[in-house]
Design a binder for this molecule. Sequence first.
Ligand code: FE
Ligand code: FE
Ligand code: ZN
Length: 290
Amino acid sequence: MLIGSHVSFNNKDQLLGSVKEALSYGSTTFMFYTGAPQNTTRSKIDNNITKEAIDLMNKNNIDYSKVIVHAPYIINLANNKEIDKYDFSIRFLKEEVKRCEELGIKYLVLHPGSHVGLGIDAGINNIINALNIVLNNTNITILLETMAGKGTEIGSNFNELKRIIDGINNKDNIGVCLDTCHLNDSGYDVTDFDKLLALFNQEIGLSKVKCIHINDSKNTISSHKDRHENIGFGTIGFDNLIKIIYHEKLKDIPKILETPYVLDKAPYKYEIDMIKNKKFDSNLKSKIVI
Ligand code: FE
Ligand code: FE
Ligand code: ZN
């Protein structure tokens, strides 16, 4: 089973630090941002560190071809009202794609963007235009994340994602990342995942799913909120998330936890333990704090 969490990537230890952090949680895969998700400060990739990190992954049977990078939140490809911001988003995503190439990463998760009043049609066209520029001449696959539908977010239903994918020139360079909290908050019933997958397959095709973010939700279905909760402590619940994690059709897809820290402590080692044991621990949060 491919289970892990998002981990940090700092200036000094870079990918090696990320791998060590992932291993400390008992992970078999992981996701990272190449710098702080909310800013654009990025360090130069040190190829020696990358090599060392890949050696460590090989020793621990981590399949690097499925390790995920998440693009920073500040990129918004949907809104071109302020043209300099739109151009900046395109340029920065292009640089991020280059960094992924340098690191030997294949999959880059991206929030499609918010149209900020322009309307869904214009927003989708802006995203398509930007992605065709960014994806020109690369072997990186960008994974559009299913969104909660907060504000004017695009991508909170399969049809919007399908419309984006339809506009992409190189279809091999585009895929989808399902986020269980976002699906719930946007109005999909994740407690019947067979039905959800059938719907996705009909609309987009299951082969496009390359990553799943596993999060519980603090809010009820259709809340459009996007507040992640620790596994088993939210409205989706432990058993439903276990069914998704162990789903036969999703066997080879990396599952990534993006659940909240508990009093500044990463919950991932504890959550991954629960997932491996398939047994919910209602005392989990107090154990993390100690
Ligand atoms: Fe995300
Ligand atoms: Fe996510
Ligand atoms: Zn979220």
